[in-house]
Design a protein around this ligand. Structure first.
Ligand code: CTP
Ligand code: MG
Length: 278
């Protein structure tokens, strides 16, 4: 993906206009943003954190002066493979979101807001239904993870194209305890081979379409998209991401993102994720 269609001109040894290798894949990006943010509360419980007219959820609070969603949109708008961006938001906020964020991302590709569902899975299902259905890949990324690296997204896309499904994650590097109801430690769980799943999660279109068609047959709580692929026996490859890909769940996570931006994230030129697995 590094030597894509537009960069090819600059790629040594590849004459302009000559077809080299497979054509660059295209991708639909879905950024679920329809949650109510129940675990996120501004300190003191009061004070408006979102712009007037915006739903009062963490997706629209200000991060370094702009709504969290604006940062996340920027991360994807810059990718050449992206042909459409679909954002499920609370149903009552669709018109406001269209007005505020517009109908195109910076690259000129369509930006489509749809009403989300009761849970994340149903929000993504609404977004899939609104897709034009033409792209090779579907990239699903939590709107509340504004600090995602371009290289990580591109690597997940490359792996998904090859293997069908790819999840970005990070090897568990803490000691893990299983705890009883009375909050007593029952055991220490070996952390070898345990990874924390993040987003983006990227799928070939046929794979994710089939997985979502069967979503009502899955028992138990579904907390990510890959779980639906796993449930139908599909293979999911893990792609190493990085710890700065924070999911804003609480106010502390928002503060952490602010601090990272202040410190110069994305720290271009620095070696990322150098720690050993496990
Ligand atoms: N999400 C969604 N539709 C839902 C629920 C969640 O689109 N019905 C989105 C959220 O907006 C968020 C992402 O899924 O961008 C990850 O979910 P989470 O962090 O759990 O967000 P919320 O559900 O909003 O938060 P909480 O669970 O604390 O209520
Ligand atoms: Mg939630």
């Amino acid at each position: 993906m590094r030597c894509g269609r537009s960069e090819r001109r600059a790629c040594p040894g590849v004459p302009a206009g000559e077809s080299q290798g497979p054509p660059m894949p295209t991708a639909t990006v879905i950024l679920p943003a329809a949650g109510r943010g129940a675990r996120f509360a501004m300190p003191g419980g009061g004070g408006r954190a979102s712009p007037v007219g915006a739903p009062e959820t963490k997706v629209f609070v200000s991060l370094a002066g702009r709504p969290v969603l604006a940062h996340t949109l920027d991360r994807f708008a810059a990718l050449e493979a992206v042909v459409e961006v679909i954002v499920p938001v609370p149903p009552e906020a669709v018109a406001w979101a269209r007005e505020t964020f517009g109908e195109r991302v910076a690259s000129g590709r369509p930006l489509i807001f749809v009403g989300g569902g009761e849970d994340r899975v149903e929000s993504v299902a609404e977004a899939l239904a609104a897709s034009d259905g033409k792209s090779d890949l579907v990239v699903i990324h939590d709107a509340v993870r504004p600090l995602v690296r371009r290289a990580v997204v591109e690597e997940a896309m490359r792996v998904a194209l090859e293997r069908g499904a790819a999840v970005v994650g990070w090897p568990v590097d803490h000691t893990v305890k299983r705890v009883s109801d009375g909050r007593l430690v029952a055991e220490t769980v070996p952390r070898e081979n345990l990874w924390l799943a993040q987003t983006p999660q990227v799928f070939r279109r046929d794979v994710i379409a089939r997985a979502y068609e069967r979503r009502h047959h899955v028992v138990g709580r579904v907390t990510d998209d890959a779980q639906l692929v796993e449930a139908m026996g599909g293979r999911v490859a893990m792609v190493r991401g990085d710890v700065a890909n924070v999911k804003i769940t609480t106010i502390e996570d928002l503060r952490l993102c602010e601090a990272l931006l202040e410190a110069g994230w994305p720290f271009e030129g620095e070696e990322q994720g150098g720690r050993a697995d496990g």
